[in-house]
Design a protein around this ligand. Structure first.
Ligand code: BGC
Length: 751
């Protein structure tokens, strides 16, 4: 075993012991296909429909009168079949921690059931660190299991096609390789706890506006080379037990009924052996079963319970339908056997939240991105400067994102700011601040030294005065995002742009800390010399921000998403929306929990096509505000010695040297810049390395051939053109340090 793999194995062991239980592998793996087959053979006709649908056990939901005793409030519940030793599926959201469900689920002693909140998906993606993704997934998996759940609806990885999408904070950015790798690792982590994980929302589910009727128009090649490739990477790496299909239609077919997406791509081409569950309220009829959907989730949210009586009636008449029903059961049971939920039934256990919070902290520390440090104001020397902390509820905690993924800490949300609104989502509309105040962390760091003051930032003039009276001003700004709605633009809400302007004008030593779920516009950027993107920083976000401000952590986050210089650079100027819903009494009477029915409308993803994010900027020669892959460190790095070996694929190797005075982590990024028939930028590989001052590390990356190839719709496979491929290595998609080229032999690749 090489030193590196030994170190990797040790790190994984440490990660496991940090994040959950190490399960004996033998219990889970004994031929799950054969076991599932034997169980299906013993099922009565009636039993064959029991696993195919489930409720959302949420009493506030209209039509939810009969939550069975012993079923906890959560996202989903599918009763088991006791006679056959099949346990119930108990499902909870999601990628950022065990969801809070508005505090409705209670602990044994009657308190709202909180959990450990990881930072947002974009924060995790900013780490570019697969080991942290694994650890985070394992931590959440362990908490889910200890709370009595055996399915985690995590693994969100829709690619960012629009920085206004209200759910981007749950996902992993704009690149298929980065998103797919990290999602795959998070799934692996969760499933190491013998909790089934999902990937979602499959596929091309790129906006929240009209999310049930936004008809994604995308060619086969464009889809295969972008979001589908992200899912493919995640599924290959993580082997999730389930995939969740999305709300929206794709090319005029509902995702959850799509033969193309489910039967042909996922199950045939990718050999996916698990089951497809619907998103909650995404099933349009019994025909979904023939498109490839195996299980109807959150059945009260659909217009009918299709996977019971209607499917039974068809199965009674037609043996082919019964065969399909058998297959649906086979898939669900296979994942249950393969991942240990049958052999190791979940048992509620106390959770060590203090220990788990360290995982959240590690992600936050590596996920914070230093965007600007013009005068080297950071890191601050402890106690040396008087500091005016301003705004962002920095005295209370760090903001988090809303919707089904919302997590609140073990003691509930530290601070709640009511946002409000009507309709089903109105109840979710609170800004929750995790109980980890940046102010406290700053005060602790400056203890015994100069004064730290706090101003809430409500009045820019007063904040400016506080800033003027201090050596340094740190302005915290927040932008809340929530599932179900997009941002109308990239601005900061509640006049915070004015606040930054006023403070920066009053004190040249102004540091801005962004707690946002997405990239934002920065009209004040030229006036601010120091800027940190802290995202939604999770359970220990305040401490992590303090660590970076005072240099006990050297920032190593790199952007997983491009910051546009202006909306004009985006592929779609406006977020497409359905025509306003009819307001008549009839329309209101037909409303579901999601509101009155909306009309289907098109969203053209062929505009950017497979050139999502930085690839679109490269194609158009746009200069973004901040590029994909960008992020500063308190040290400096040099790149040298690039070698590219050709052949069947490309092997790229190079050296990274820490040329500064302190230890730091750098993310070496390898990009394709041109292939024989196309000029196109694509991330081919990356590696994060920690380097002591003066240390050099040799990094090598082997490109996945699909990243070099183009999808050929006629041949239904990847076409790898023979010829010269141009490669660049650098510190971001725009900051390419070294270039080289090599010849690839070419050929056809399987789908
Ligand atoms: C969301 C899913 C979530 C499900 C269950 C849906 O509205 O789109 O991501 O897992 O609800 O809460």
């Amino acid at each position: 075993m090489s030193v590196k793999t030994l170190a990797g194995a040790l790190a994984s062991l440490i990660a496991l012991s940090m994040a959950g239980t190490v399960f004996a592998q033998t219990t889970a793996v004994q031929d799950p296909d054969a076991r599932a087959k034997a169980t299906v053979a013993q099922m009565s006709f009636e039993e064959k429909f029991m696993l195919l649908h489930g409720i959302m056990p949420l009493p506030v939901l209209p039509g939810t009168s009969d939550i069975p005793p012993g079923v906890d409030i959560a996202a989903g519940y599918v009763p088991g079949i006791e006679r056959l030793g099949v346990p119930a599926l108990r499902e909870t959201d999601a990628s950022l921690g065990v969801a809070y469900v508005m505090g409705l689920r209670k602990t044994a002693d009657g308190k709202p059931d909180g959990a450990t909140a990881l930072p947002s998906g974009l924060a995790l993606a900013s780490t570019w660190n697969p080991e942290l993704a694994y650890e985070g997934g394992a931590m959440i998996g362990a908490e889910a299991r200890d709370k009595g759940f055996n399915v985690l609806l995590g693994g969100g990885l829709n690619l960012t096609r629009d920085p206004r999408n209200g759910r981007n904070f749950e996902y992993l950015g704009e690149d298929p390789l980065l998103s797919g790798t990290l999602a795959g690792e998070a799934v692996r982590g969760t499933q190491s706890q013998q909790v089934i994980s999902t990937v979602k929302h499959y596929a091309n589910n790129g906006q929240e506006t009209g999310r049930q009727t936004a008809n994604a128009i995308i060619s086969e090649a464009n889809a295969r080379e972008s979001e589908l490739l992200a899912f493919q990477f995640a599924i290959e790496r993580g082997n999730p037990g389930a995939v969740m299909c999305a709300y929206n239609p794709v090319n005029n077919v509902e995702s959850c009924s799509s033969d193309e997406l489910l039967n042909l791509t996922l199950k045939r081409d990718w050999h996916f052996k698990g089951w497809v569950m619907s998103d909650w309220g995404a099933v349009e009829g019994v025909k979904a079963a023939f498109g490839g959907l195996d299980q109807q989730s959150g059945e009260q949210l659909d217009t009918g319970l299709y996977f019971d009586k209607p499917l039974k009636e068809l199965a009674q008449k037609d043996p082919k339908v019964l065969q399909r029903v058998n297959e649906m059961n086979q898939r669900i049971l296979r994942s249950m056997y393969a991942l240990g939920v049958v052999d190791n039934p979940v048992v509620k256990r106390p959770i060590d939240f203090a220990k788990n919070a360290q995982v959240a902290k590690a992600v936050a520390q590596e996920g914070i991105v230093l965007l600007k440090n013009d005068k080297g104001l950071l890191p601050l020397a402890k106690g040396a400067k008087s500091i005016a902390v301003i705004g962002g509820y920095a005295d209370a905690g760090v903001i988090s994102g809303g919707g089904s993924s919302q997590v609140a800490g073990p003691n509930g949300p530290g601070t709640t700011v009511r946002v409000g609104g009507s309709g089903a989502m109105g109840a979710f509309s609170n800004e929750y601040y995790h109980d980890s105040a940046p102010l406290a962390a700053i005060e602790a760091a400056n203890k015994g030294g100069k004064r730290v003051s706090y101003d809430n930032g409500f009045f820019p003039q007063r904040a400016a005065e506080a800033a003027k009276a201090a050596d340094v001003a740190i302005v915290f700004v927040t932008k809340w995002e929530i599932e179900g709605q997009d941002s109308p633009d990239l601005s900061l809400p509640r006049g915070q742009d004015m606040l930054i302007e006023a403070v920066a004008s009053a004190n040249p030593n102004t540091i801005v800390v962004l707690e946002t779920g997405n990239p934002i516009a920065m009209p004040w950027l030229s006036k601010v010399g120091t800027l940190l993107q802290a995202w939604y920083a999770g359970a220990k976000g305040g401490e992590a921000i303090g660590d970076v401000l005072f240099g006990s952590i050297n920032p190593s986050g790199r952007l997983p998403i491009t910051y546009p210089a202006a909306i004009a650079q985006l592929p779609r100027q406006k977020i497409d929306a359905p025509p306003p819903a009819a307001a008549s009494a009839e329309a209101m009477a037909a409303a579901s929990v999601f509101g009155p029915p909306a009309q289907v409308f098109d969203v053209d993803y062929n505009i950017d096509g497979s050139d999502v994010g930085y690839r679109w900027y490269a194609r158009n020669n746009f200069q973004p505000l901040f590029a994909f892959g960008y992020g500063l460190s308190y040290t400096t790095f040099n790149y040298s010695n690039l070698k590219v070996e050709g052949g069947e694929t490309l092997k790229v190797s190079f050296d990274i040297t820490n040329t500064g005075k302190i230890t730091g982590k750098e993310v070496g990024q390898v990009y394709l810049t041109a292939s024989p028939k196309r000029t196109q930028q694509r991330l081919l590989g990356f590696e994060k390395v920690e380097l002591q001052p003066g240390e050099t590390r040799h990094v090598s990356v082997v490109a996945d051939k699909r990243l070099l190839a183009n999808w050929d719709s006629k041949a239904h496979g990847w076409q790898l053109d023979a010829g010269i491929y141009h490669i660049a290595v650098g510190m971001s998609a725009m900051d390419l340090k070294l270039q080289e080229s090599a010849k690839v032999s070419g050929g056809k690749l399987k789908p």
